[in-house]
Ligand binder design. Sequence first.
Ligand SMILES: NC(=O)c1ccc[n+]([C@@H]2O[C@H](COP(=O)([O-])OP(=O)(O)OC[C@H]3O[C@@H](n4cnc5c(N)ncnc54)[C@H](O)[C@@H]3O)[C@@H](O)[C@H]2O)c1
Length: 314
Amino acid sequence: MPETFAVAGAGLIGRAWAIVFARAGHTVHLWDGSADALAASIPLLRANLDDLEAQGLIDSAIEVVQRVLPMPTLGDALDGARWMQECIAETVEAKLGLFEEADRYAEPDAILASSSSSITASKYTEDLPGRLRCLVAHPVNPPYLVPLVELCPAPWTDPAVIQRARQIMDSVGMVPVAVNKEVEGFVLNRLQGALLAEAFKLVADGVISSADLDKTVKDGLGLRWSFMGPFETIDLNAPGGVADYCKRYGGIYERLQAEQAEVRAWDESTVKRIEGERRKVLGADDLGGRQVWRDRRLMSLLKHKQAATDEFGS
Ligand SMILES: NC(=O)c1ccc[n+]([C@@H]2O[C@H](COP(=O)([O-])OP(=O)(O)OC[C@H]3O[C@@H](n4cnc5c(N)ncnc54)[C@H](O)[C@@H]3O)[C@@H](O)[C@H]2O)c1
């Protein structure tokens, strides 16, 4: 049954969430503190939807965009909404102010979710009368193409709210995972950070170029990771499964871990070197065009994954 979702913040992530909810058939109340950003958001959304339609991932861009209604105030956006997705500036102060207002105006049973990439919900919900219904629902950019969403409760978030949040996210085509404890960076960015830390060291130490490092992921590890995770990968990489793999190779990884434990800043000279290598391959003026290319490749991969899941199962 169509329902109403409120999206606070009409930037990159807010527009993408609006697509997720509207694509699933729901009405979206979109609001932004900047009237200019709100006015600009509908044509930008429309361009993304036209791409999705051209790739056959939605039937009609116009039908989806018509379900997204710009709202003049946060209170208007929350009127009748079962879920609020906050997508504003990544600062504690901004989120404190917004959640305080949202908790006052939201429907009594509405869930209030933040898109925050790094700030845990306890930092801006502790003093709210409705703190039981608040959590982080951390997306990956752009959520209408990358379906994972990390559901990260504060210590006081009601488990029933997490359960409902899972159901709602499932119903709009997202893939929710539960992060059981508050940890900085949640899970996805901790994994990404661990990989980047090692990648920077390998380039800084002259072990590999940034281009060949990227190939190691895109033509190596990443091929499997696009349809199975690291635990399933190692489960299939030894005849006796994961325990056999750990017995055979655990020692090697333990030695590597000891070497990898050193904390190293992303120093200026390494960043300069990687920047230089990247700009030779892709000029600064071409970054925007390449983002469009990335999103089209993601659409193509998404279609392939859907077809492959239908044929082989997940
Ligand atoms: N960009 C990403 O890759 C990414 C990925 C996952 C999560 N996030 C998170 O999503 C949130 C939004 O990020 P974004 O990339 O869309 O940023 P953005 O700058 O593109 O958009 C933010 C929007 O919020 C509005 N805004 C800012 N402060 C406000 C306030 N106090 N009240 C009302 N409106 C306000 C701005 O006008 C702007 O339109 C952040 O918390 C960010 O950490 C971003």
